[in-house]
Design a protein around this ligand. Sequence first.
Ligand code: FEO
Length: 392
Amino acid sequence: MKLREIGKNVYWLGAIDWDRRLFDSLIPLPDGTSYNAYLVKGSEKTVLLDTVDETMTELLMAQLEQVPKIDYIVIHHVEQDHAGSLPTVMAKYPGARVLCTPKAKELIIDHLLVDPAKVDTVADGQKISLGDREIEFLHMPWVHWPETMATWLPDDQILFTCDLFGSHLATSSLYVTDKARAYESAKRYYAEIMMPFRKLIQKYIARVSQMPVRLIAPSHGPLHEDPSFILDAYRDWTSDKSKNEVVVAYISMHGSTRRMVDYLVACLAERGIEVHRFDLTTVDLGKLAIALVDASTIILGTPTVHVGPHPNVFMATHLANALRPKLKFASIINSYGWGTKAVEKIAELIPNLNVNIIDPVVVKGFPKQDDLNALEELAQRVLDAHKEAGVV
Ligand code: FEO
Protein backbone atom coordinates (compact mmCIF):
# COMPACT_ATOMS: atom_id res chain seq x y z
CA MET A 1 0.00 0.00 0.00
CA LYS A 2 1.37 3.43 -0.96
CA LEU A 3 1.22 6.63 1.07
CA ARG A 4 -2.30 8.06 0.85
CA GLU A 5 -2.92 11.79 1.22
CA ILE A 6 -5.49 12.71 3.88
CA GLY A 7 -4.76 16.44 4.08
CA LYS A 8 -2.31 19.05 2.80
CA ASN A 9 1.06 17.30 3.11
CA VAL A 10 -0.50 14.82 5.53
CA TYR A 11 -0.39 11.15 4.64
CA TRP A 12 -1.66 7.81 5.87
CA LEU A 13 0.87 5.02 5.80
CA GLY A 14 1.04 1.78 7.68
CA ALA A 15 -0.21 -1.74 7.23
CA ILE A 16 -3.50 -3.53 6.80
CA ASP A 17 -3.38 -6.89 8.58
CA TRP A 18 -6.13 -8.75 6.72
CA ASP A 19 -5.33 -12.16 8.16
CA ARG A 20 -4.77 -11.50 11.85
CA ARG A 21 -7.38 -13.31 13.91
CA LEU A 22 -6.18 -12.85 17.48
CA PHE A 23 -4.83 -9.87 19.38
CA ASP A 24 -2.84 -10.04 22.60
CA SER A 25 -3.28 -13.83 22.30
CA LEU A 26 -6.77 -13.15 23.67
CA ILE A 27 -9.06 -10.93 21.61
CA PRO A 28 -10.70 -12.39 18.49
CA LEU A 29 -10.27 -10.27 15.35
CA PRO A 30 -13.00 -11.52 12.99
CA ASP A 31 -12.30 -8.68 10.54
CA GLY A 32 -8.51 -8.36 10.84
CA THR A 33 -7.10 -4.95 11.73
CA SER A 34 -4.84 -2.18 10.51
CA TYR A 35 -1.93 -0.31 12.02
CA ASN A 36 -2.27 3.27 10.83
CA ALA A 37 0.71 5.58 10.99
CA TYR A 38 0.74 9.12 9.62
CA LEU A 39 3.28 11.48 8.11
CA VAL A 40 2.99 15.27 8.46
CA LYS A 41 5.33 17.46 6.43
CA GLY A 42 6.02 21.05 7.42
CA SER A 43 8.21 23.55 5.59
CA GLU A 44 11.12 22.68 7.90
CA LYS A 45 10.36 19.49 9.79
CA THR A 46 8.69 16.19 9.05
CA VAL A 47 7.01 14.11 11.72
CA LEU A 48 5.99 10.46 11.72
CA LEU A 49 3.06 9.67 14.01
CA ASP A 50 3.40 6.11 15.33
CA THR A 51 4.83 3.09 13.54
CA VAL A 52 3.30 -0.36 12.98
CA ASP A 53 3.28 -3.82 14.51
CA GLU A 54 6.75 -5.35 14.44
CA THR A 55 5.49 -8.14 12.13
CA MET A 56 4.65 -5.53 9.47
CA THR A 57 7.83 -3.46 9.71
CA GLU A 58 8.84 -4.38 6.17
CA LEU A 59 5.71 -2.74 4.73
CA LEU A 60 6.31 0.47 6.64
CA MET A 61 9.95 0.63 5.66
CA ALA A 62 9.01 0.17 1.99
CA GLN A 63 6.68 3.17 2.28
CA LEU A 64 9.40 5.20 3.98
CA GLU A 65 11.80 4.65 1.08
CA GLN A 66 10.32 7.78 -0.50
CA VAL A 67 10.76 9.82 2.73
CA PRO A 68 14.37 11.06 2.92
CA LYS A 69 14.17 12.80 6.30
CA ILE A 70 12.14 12.44 9.49
CA ASP A 71 12.82 14.86 12.31
CA TYR A 72 10.34 13.62 14.91
CA ILE A 73 8.74 10.27 15.61
CA VAL A 74 5.70 10.71 17.84
CA ILE A 75 4.79 7.66 19.89
CA HIS A 76 1.23 8.07 21.16
CA HIS A 77 1.17 4.67 22.81
CA VAL A 78 3.92 2.15 23.46
CA GLU A 79 1.96 -1.06 22.85
CA GLN A 80 3.86 -3.02 20.26
CA ASP A 81 1.19 -2.87 17.54
CA HIS A 82 2.07 0.83 17.16
CA ALA A 83 5.59 1.12 18.53
CA GLY A 84 6.95 -2.28 17.46
CA SER A 85 8.76 -0.88 14.42
CA LEU A 86 10.25 2.08 16.28
CA PRO A 87 13.78 0.67 16.64
CA THR A 88 13.95 -0.07 12.89
CA VAL A 89 12.62 3.38 11.97
CA MET A 90 15.09 5.02 14.35
CA ALA A 91 17.92 3.10 12.72
CA LYS A 92 16.91 4.50 9.31
CA TYR A 93 16.63 8.07 10.66
CA PRO A 94 19.40 8.32 13.29
CA GLY A 95 18.86 12.07 13.75
CA ALA A 96 15.16 11.75 14.57
CA ARG A 97 13.92 12.64 18.05
CA VAL A 98 11.24 10.46 19.63
CA LEU A 99 8.44 12.50 21.25
CA CYS A 100 6.13 11.01 23.86
CA THR A 101 4.70 11.46 27.35
CA PRO A 102 7.02 10.99 30.36
CA LYS A 103 5.34 7.67 31.18
CA ALA A 104 5.75 6.53 27.59
CA LYS A 105 9.49 7.28 27.71
CA GLU A 106 9.82 4.89 30.63
CA LEU A 107 7.86 2.19 28.78
CA ILE A 108 9.73 2.69 25.49
CA ILE A 109 13.00 2.11 27.29
CA ASP A 110 11.66 -0.93 29.14
CA HIS A 111 9.82 -2.61 26.28
CA LEU A 112 11.69 -1.56 23.14
CA LEU A 113 15.20 -1.10 24.56
CA VAL A 114 15.51 2.32 22.90
CA ASP A 115 18.40 4.69 23.75
CA PRO A 116 16.92 7.15 26.31
CA ALA A 117 19.10 9.96 24.93
CA LYS A 118 16.98 9.97 21.76
CA VAL A 119 13.64 10.36 23.52
CA ASP A 120 12.14 13.75 24.50
CA THR A 121 9.02 14.07 26.63
CA VAL A 122 6.21 16.48 25.79
CA ALA A 123 3.69 18.11 28.10
CA ASP A 124 -0.07 18.22 27.72
CA GLY A 125 -0.86 21.16 25.44
CA GLN A 126 2.74 21.51 24.25
CA LYS A 127 3.19 22.60 20.63
CA ILE A 128 6.02 21.74 18.28
CA SER A 129 6.70 23.83 15.17
CA LEU A 130 7.25 22.10 11.84
CA GLY A 131 8.00 25.45 10.17
CA ASP A 132 4.83 26.65 8.49
CA ARG A 133 2.59 24.56 10.75
CA GLU A 134 2.59 23.14 14.21
CA ILE A 135 1.31 20.12 16.05
CA GLU A 136 -0.07 20.02 19.59
CA PHE A 137 -0.05 17.15 22.06
CA LEU A 138 -3.02 16.19 24.21
CA HIS A 139 -2.29 13.83 27.06
CA MET A 140 -5.02 11.22 27.38
CA PRO A 141 -3.80 8.70 29.93
CA TRP A 142 -5.51 5.33 30.22
CA VAL A 143 -6.85 4.87 26.73
CA HIS A 144 -5.93 2.15 27.49
CA TRP A 145 -2.41 2.28 28.90
CA PRO A 146 -1.17 4.93 31.33
CA GLU A 147 1.11 6.69 28.83
CA THR A 148 -1.28 7.52 25.99
CA MET A 149 -1.75 10.83 24.17
CA ALA A 150 -3.19 12.25 20.96
CA THR A 151 -1.85 14.78 18.44
CA TRP A 152 -3.80 17.74 17.06
CA LEU A 153 -2.99 19.27 13.70
CA PRO A 154 -4.83 22.59 13.90
CA ASP A 155 -4.29 23.93 10.38
CA ASP A 156 -5.85 20.80 8.90
CA GLN A 157 -8.19 20.12 11.85
CA ILE A 158 -7.09 16.49 12.11
CA LEU A 159 -6.97 14.72 15.46
CA PHE A 160 -4.74 11.65 15.63
CA THR A 161 -6.08 9.53 18.48
CA CYS A 162 -4.18 6.22 18.26
CA ASP A 163 -6.30 3.49 19.93
CA LEU A 164 -9.09 5.85 20.97
CA PHE A 165 -11.98 5.81 18.44
CA GLY A 166 -10.26 2.95 16.58
CA SER A 167 -11.59 -0.37 15.37
CA HIS A 168 -10.10 -3.69 14.45
CA LEU A 169 -11.29 -3.62 10.86
CA ALA A 170 -9.19 -4.40 7.81
CA THR A 171 -10.65 -2.54 4.85
CA SER A 172 -9.35 -1.10 1.60
CA SER A 173 -11.41 2.04 2.29
CA LEU A 174 -9.37 4.67 4.07
CA TYR A 175 -12.49 6.28 5.53
CA VAL A 176 -15.68 4.93 7.07
CA THR A 177 -18.00 3.98 4.22
CA ASP A 178 -20.29 1.34 5.74
CA LYS A 179 -21.46 2.95 8.98
CA ALA A 180 -23.22 -0.13 10.32
CA ARG A 181 -20.05 -2.21 9.93
CA ALA A 182 -17.87 0.54 11.34
CA TYR A 183 -20.22 0.96 14.32
CA GLU A 184 -20.11 -2.76 15.16
CA SER A 185 -16.32 -2.89 14.88
CA ALA A 186 -15.81 0.28 16.89
CA LYS A 187 -18.19 -0.92 19.60
CA ARG A 188 -16.39 -4.27 19.82
CA TYR A 189 -13.11 -2.39 20.10
CA TYR A 190 -14.45 -0.04 22.77
CA ALA A 191 -15.89 -2.97 24.71
CA GLU A 192 -12.71 -5.02 24.67
CA ILE A 193 -10.17 -2.26 25.19
CA MET A 194 -11.66 0.95 26.51
CA MET A 195 -14.65 0.04 28.68
CA PRO A 196 -12.73 -0.13 31.98
CA PHE A 197 -11.71 3.52 31.47
CA ARG A 198 -15.22 4.80 30.72
CA LYS A 199 -15.16 7.67 33.19
CA LEU A 200 -11.89 9.10 31.88
CA ILE A 201 -13.07 8.74 28.30
CA GLN A 202 -16.14 10.83 29.14
CA LYS A 203 -13.72 13.68 29.93
CA TYR A 204 -11.75 13.19 26.72
CA ILE A 205 -14.95 13.23 24.67
CA ALA A 206 -15.89 16.52 26.32
CA ARG A 207 -12.45 17.94 25.48
CA VAL A 208 -12.56 16.78 21.86
CA SER A 209 -16.12 18.09 21.49
CA GLN A 210 -14.81 21.62 22.12
CA MET A 211 -12.36 21.34 19.22
CA PRO A 212 -13.13 22.09 15.54
CA VAL A 213 -12.23 18.56 14.43
CA ARG A 214 -12.68 17.82 10.71
CA LEU A 215 -11.17 14.35 10.71
CA ILE A 216 -10.47 11.79 13.45
CA ALA A 217 -7.57 9.58 12.44
CA PRO A 218 -7.16 6.59 14.78
CA SER A 219 -4.38 4.01 14.54
CA HIS A 220 -6.71 1.08 13.86
CA GLY A 221 -9.44 0.85 11.24
CA PRO A 222 -10.99 3.48 8.99
CA LEU A 223 -10.75 7.23 9.58
CA HIS A 224 -13.77 9.29 10.63
CA GLU A 225 -14.64 12.08 8.20
CA ASP A 226 -17.81 12.54 10.23
CA PRO A 227 -16.42 12.94 13.77
CA SER A 228 -19.91 13.25 15.26
CA PHE A 229 -20.65 9.64 14.20
CA ILE A 230 -17.97 8.17 16.46
CA LEU A 231 -18.26 10.84 19.17
CA ASP A 232 -22.02 10.24 19.50
CA ALA A 233 -21.44 6.49 19.65
CA TYR A 234 -18.82 6.92 22.38
CA ARG A 235 -21.11 9.27 24.30
CA ASP A 236 -23.75 6.55 24.33
CA TRP A 237 -21.38 3.72 25.27
CA THR A 238 -19.65 5.67 28.03
CA SER A 239 -22.79 7.27 29.45
CA ASP A 240 -23.81 6.27 32.95
CA LYS A 241 -27.17 4.97 31.68
CA SER A 242 -27.56 1.26 31.12
CA LYS A 243 -30.39 -0.21 29.04
CA ASN A 244 -33.25 -2.65 29.52
CA GLU A 245 -30.99 -5.51 28.50
CA VAL A 246 -29.85 -8.73 30.14
CA VAL A 247 -26.79 -10.83 29.36
CA VAL A 248 -27.38 -14.54 29.98
CA ALA A 249 -24.04 -16.36 29.91
CA TYR A 250 -24.34 -20.06 30.60
CA ILE A 251 -22.98 -23.51 30.18
CA SER A 252 -24.85 -26.79 30.36
CA MET A 253 -23.48 -30.31 30.70
CA HIS A 254 -26.55 -32.54 30.47
CA GLY A 255 -29.33 -30.14 29.45
CA SER A 256 -30.73 -29.09 32.84
CA THR A 257 -29.14 -25.64 32.88
CA ARG A 258 -30.00 -25.20 29.19
CA ARG A 259 -33.68 -25.91 29.94
CA MET A 260 -33.54 -23.29 32.70
CA VAL A 261 -31.92 -20.81 30.32
CA ASP A 262 -34.48 -21.48 27.57
CA TYR A 263 -37.34 -20.88 29.96
CA LEU A 264 -35.82 -17.81 31.60
CA VAL A 265 -34.92 -16.17 28.27
CA ALA A 266 -38.53 -16.61 27.10
CA CYS A 267 -39.86 -15.11 30.35
CA LEU A 268 -37.52 -12.11 30.06
CA ALA A 269 -38.44 -11.58 26.41
CA GLU A 270 -42.16 -11.70 27.26
CA ARG A 271 -41.52 -8.80 29.60
CA GLY A 272 -39.96 -6.69 26.85
CA ILE A 273 -36.39 -7.15 28.05
CA GLU A 274 -33.74 -7.58 25.35
CA VAL A 275 -31.68 -10.68 26.09
CA HIS A 276 -28.15 -11.43 24.86
CA ARG A 277 -27.63 -15.16 25.31
CA PHE A 278 -24.18 -16.75 25.18
CA ASP A 279 -23.22 -20.42 25.44
CA LEU A 280 -19.82 -20.28 27.14
CA THR A 281 -18.57 -23.33 25.22
CA THR A 282 -18.72 -21.46 21.90
CA VAL A 283 -18.79 -17.79 22.88
CA ASP A 284 -17.01 -15.08 20.90
CA LEU A 285 -15.58 -13.03 23.76
CA GLY A 286 -15.86 -9.88 21.66
CA LYS A 287 -19.63 -10.34 21.27
CA LEU A 288 -19.99 -10.97 24.99
CA ALA A 289 -18.01 -7.78 25.68
CA ILE A 290 -20.22 -5.80 23.26
CA ALA A 291 -23.35 -7.02 25.05
CA LEU A 292 -21.88 -5.91 28.38
CA VAL A 293 -21.56 -2.29 27.17
CA ASP A 294 -25.27 -1.54 27.64
CA ALA A 295 -26.70 -4.34 29.79
CA SER A 296 -28.19 -3.65 33.21
CA THR A 297 -28.16 -7.26 34.39
CA ILE A 298 -25.99 -10.33 33.97
CA ILE A 299 -27.34 -13.80 34.72
CA LEU A 300 -24.84 -16.63 34.93
CA GLY A 301 -26.10 -20.14 34.34
CA THR A 302 -24.04 -23.12 35.39
CA PRO A 303 -24.19 -26.72 36.45
CA THR A 304 -22.29 -27.62 39.60
CA VAL A 305 -18.87 -29.17 38.94
CA HIS A 306 -16.91 -30.31 41.98
CA VAL A 307 -19.11 -28.22 44.29
CA GLY A 308 -18.49 -24.92 42.39
CA PRO A 309 -19.41 -23.49 38.96
CA HIS A 310 -18.23 -24.95 35.67
CA PRO A 311 -14.67 -23.68 34.87
CA ASN A 312 -15.89 -21.71 31.82
CA VAL A 313 -17.87 -19.48 34.18
CA PHE A 314 -14.58 -18.36 35.69
CA MET A 315 -13.56 -17.01 32.27
CA ALA A 316 -16.83 -15.08 31.84
CA THR A 317 -16.77 -13.62 35.34
CA HIS A 318 -13.10 -12.70 34.98
CA LEU A 319 -13.92 -10.85 31.76
CA ALA A 320 -16.89 -9.01 33.26
CA ASN A 321 -14.89 -8.19 36.35
CA ALA A 322 -12.01 -6.77 34.30
CA LEU A 323 -14.15 -4.76 31.88
CA ARG A 324 -16.12 -3.10 34.69
CA PRO A 325 -19.33 -2.59 32.67
CA LYS A 326 -22.33 -0.54 33.80
CA LEU A 327 -24.14 -3.60 35.15
CA LYS A 328 -26.44 -2.90 38.08
CA PHE A 329 -27.76 -6.37 38.86
CA ALA A 330 -26.60 -9.97 38.73
CA SER A 331 -28.18 -13.32 39.34
CA ILE A 332 -27.34 -16.98 39.01
CA ILE A 333 -29.22 -20.04 37.87
CA ASN A 334 -27.73 -23.34 38.85
CA SER A 335 -28.53 -27.02 38.46
CA TYR A 336 -26.74 -29.47 40.75
CA GLY A 337 -26.55 -33.20 41.26
CA TRP A 338 -26.32 -33.75 45.02
CA GLY A 339 -24.81 -30.61 46.60
CA THR A 340 -23.62 -27.16 45.50
CA LYS A 341 -21.71 -24.06 46.50
CA ALA A 342 -21.87 -22.57 42.99
CA VAL A 343 -23.78 -19.44 44.04
CA GLU A 344 -21.35 -18.59 46.83
CA LYS A 345 -18.33 -19.25 44.60
CA ILE A 346 -19.66 -17.03 41.77
CA ALA A 347 -20.42 -14.21 44.21
CA GLU A 348 -16.74 -14.32 45.20
CA LEU A 349 -15.69 -13.99 41.55
CA ILE A 350 -17.27 -10.62 40.85
CA PRO A 351 -15.91 -8.16 43.44
CA ASN A 352 -15.41 -5.36 40.88
CA LEU A 353 -19.01 -5.47 39.72
CA ASN A 354 -20.94 -3.00 41.77
CA VAL A 355 -24.15 -5.02 41.44
CA ASN A 356 -27.09 -5.98 43.56
CA ILE A 357 -27.68 -9.71 43.55
CA ILE A 358 -31.19 -10.75 42.56
CA ASP A 359 -32.18 -13.99 44.33
CA PRO A 360 -30.74 -16.93 42.37
CA VAL A 361 -32.68 -20.02 41.28
CA VAL A 362 -30.99 -23.26 42.28
CA VAL A 363 -32.45 -26.57 41.07
CA LYS A 364 -31.63 -30.17 41.95
CA GLY A 365 -31.43 -32.08 38.68
CA PHE A 366 -33.72 -31.29 35.76
CA PRO A 367 -36.09 -28.32 36.34
CA LYS A 368 -39.64 -29.26 37.37
CA GLN A 369 -42.76 -27.08 37.23
CA ASP A 370 -41.98 -25.43 40.58
CA ASP A 371 -38.52 -24.57 39.29
CA LEU A 372 -39.93 -23.09 36.10
CA ASN A 373 -42.28 -21.00 38.23
CA ALA A 374 -39.23 -19.79 40.17
CA LEU A 375 -37.57 -18.77 36.90
CA GLU A 376 -40.70 -16.86 35.91
CA GLU A 377 -40.48 -15.05 39.24
CA LEU A 378 -36.80 -14.30 38.61
CA ALA A 379 -37.68 -12.70 35.26
CA GLN A 380 -40.27 -10.55 37.03
CA ARG A 381 -37.76 -9.56 39.72
CA VAL A 382 -35.35 -8.48 36.97
CA LEU A 383 -38.03 -6.36 35.32
CA ASP A 384 -39.00 -4.81 38.66
CA ALA A 385 -35.34 -4.05 39.39
CA HIS A 386 -34.91 -2.42 35.97
CA LYS A 387 -38.01 -0.31 36.56
CA GLU A 388 -36.79 0.75 39.98
CA ALA A 389 -33.40 1.68 38.50
CA GLY A 390 -35.09 3.73 35.78
CA VAL A 391 -33.75 1.74 32.82
CA VAL A 392 -37.20 0.79 31.48
FE1 FEO B 1 -3.53 -0.65 19.36
FE2 FEO B 1 -3.20 -0.54 22.67
O1 FEO B 1 -2.64 -0.86 20.97
